[in-house]
Design a protein around this ligand. Sequence first.
Ligand code: NAP
Length: 488
Amino acid sequence: MSSLIVYQNYVHGQYIANGTGETFEVINPATGQVSYLVETATEAVQQAAIVSSKAGFATWSKMTAMERSRILLKAVALLREHNDELAAGEVLDTGKPLQEAIEVDIVTGADSIEFFAGLAPSIEGNQQTVGDDFYYTRREPLGICAGIGAWNYPLQIACWKAAPALACGNVMIFKPSEETPRGAMRLAEIFTEAGIPDGVFNVVQGDGRVGAWLTGNEDIAKVSFTGEVGTGKKVMAAAASSLKEVTMELGGKSPLIIFNDADVENAVSAAMLGNFYTQGEVCTNGTRVFVQKELYPQFIKRLVERTEQNIICGDPMNPETNFGALISKDHQQKVLEYIEIGKKEGATLLTGGKALQPESAPNGFFVAPTIFTDCTDQMTLSKEEIFGPVMSVLTFTDEEEVVERANDTRLGLAAAVFTQDITRAHRVIHQIQAGICWINAYGASPAEMPVGGYKMSGIGRENGSETLKAYTQIKAVYVGMQNLESPF
Ligand code: NAP
């Protein structure tokens, strides 16, 4: 008889049984062991979630924005109060280092809710005179929104989607990745504790089939999706059947461009952050590292030195560990296959390139931080999102050339430029086809800054005041001030 904890779906402020007892396993990537079980959202749960969300919307959308804001800020305080415990839960689900989760995952989730809670009362319409008559506009919520999350930043993604949705008076049904279901459940509990009415944030659990149900459901007005490009296409096609609005946060193959005059240590820091943070499982990663030829020898020497000396791979719960386990055995195999393809296609492997079995976590799904050089634009390594700790270094001669090569991809999520030349920095970044850009920085994503992709990396934005528009719709109200003229 299993002694594992079994979580249920969170609907209307409480956990509810799915009626069939059907469950799925959640595995700790650092140990390979099953951590807990979760009940799948059966049709009964799905219907309950819709009924609950309708009731939640009736209550929540009638509150003033100031009232909603106050409650959301209580949730922010609770998230911060429980930071370390929530971060530990994220580590057990994702395999990422605790030192990251403690500093980033919960903090940035809470920041987003705080940001939108602050903005909510400022949402306003306008009024315009038309002769003696006038019209005014109201920004109204959309209704029930669906959130579908990826597994790399589970709680943060749930916060980033819930924050603008709830601040604008919508309700959300959220489906986390079945690999990382815990963060969204904890968020739902915290929302309830903060006083958010039942039905405003429901969590349904399961795999892509539950996601597909959400995207096809006619009671749902919008879907905000984070995941792979291929899944995003399916979600958008399904959303079209009921003419849902969509926000798509998809994958990337982002360029990191380093000019000869760049500060070498900062450029190496960016390349390592942009490839090895969260063991390479970050959508904005700068996996195509373009280095200008004269700087290349110095850059590559320091890059390999620092990678071999400073990465501490092991049990992610150890605060010293700065490099964790990949999400699953399957994903580990996929990343290792890309490494083999890289070797076969003629790239030079400088370091890494294999699975690791650290003493403190011998059964985890680790892949060593891997650096390939002599990469060309045509190689699979330079074209496909690997979503693991695999960096491709390419060299370039001049600015025009590197801009063209950097843009030679159907993806356009992020990009960065390192140079001391201020005009070149802006000139280059303005020509890059990407939605999230950095100059002499990598990875920073404060709640105030809108983030999202160009081209096939996405549609719409998360964070930033822009996003409020994506969670409201305009109602225009014309007011007649005189007798109505009519030919009838
Ligand atoms: P994924 O395989 O596309 O899955 C994303 C979510 O979609 C999961 O919850 C998944 O459920 C669900 N899903 C699968 N099939 C579905 C369907 N037919 N209809 C509706 N939902 C469906 O992506 P992932 O492997 O979890 O995450 C990695 C990807 O996310 C990478 O490409 C990364 O770049 C991207 N990402 C982008 C951003 C951004 O902000 N742009 C941020 C983080 C990650 P199950 O997993 O439970 O099957």
